[in-house]
Design a binder for this molecule. Structure first.
Ligand code: PNS
Length: 177
């Protein structure tokens, strides 16, 4: 039987519990799920592509049918390259629908065989976005429960130079031993 491969494209800057919830759901309905980070030269991200990849790889290590990759160019071309037959996207609220519908229909125009599958994350994540997480973290607010612990830690390191220095020292000392 044909394996159904899906891609889950996005910016993931940073990955949130909403993204992970969707990865969990997607991993149960597709044979293989590729979390695909867009390398977007037009946006200045908070986390580099390598940092986001590293976080997502750690967070998805326990799923044996999920892997993480990066791409640029059109999503449909990337999906073609992987022989993927579906694009997974999350819809949190009605406000997401218009943008997601536009993208799904444009992708369908470009590649009629590629289906977009929308899934809803758990309702406790329905207001959650990477943009809001970045803003709350930057302004010193608490993001516990909104992002996985390693992401919370990385956000702290971004905004708290003292923590960043402490970690750099620890990893230097670790290399020496
Ligand atoms: O997490 P995001 O930022 O909402 O993800 C948007 C993403 C990466 C899915 C979208 O920008 C995208 O597919 N970009 C690739 C370029 C492309 O294919 N554009 C046409 C899509 S209609």
């Amino acid at each position: 039987m044909k394996k159904v491969i899906a891609i889950y494209p996005g910016s993931f800057d940073p990955p949130t519990n909403g993204h992970l919830d969707l990865i969990d759901r997607g991993s149960k309905i597709f044979d293989e799920l590729v979390v695909a980070i867009l390398r977007n030269a037009e946006k200045v991200p908070l986390f580099s592509v390598a940092e986001r990849r590293n976080m997502l790889e750690t967070l998805t290590a326990d799923f044996n049918n999920v892997r993480v990759d990066t791409f640029d160019g059109l999503t449909v071309d990337y999906a073609n390259k992987l022989n993927a037959s579906a694009v997974l996207r999350g819809i949190r609220a009605l406000s997401d629908y218009e943008y997601e519908l536009q993208m799904a229909l444009m992708n369908r125009k470009l590649q009629p065989d590629l289906e977009t599958v929308f899934m809803m994350p758990a309702e406790q994540y329905s207001y959650l976005s990477s943009r809001l997480v970045r803003e709350v973290a930057r302004l010193g607010g608490c993001v516990k429960g909104l992002v996985p612990e390693i992401v919370e830690q990385r956000l702290k390191e971004k905004w708290d130079p003292a923590i960043k220095l402490q970690h750099a020292r620890k990893s230097k000392a670790g290399k020496r031993t």
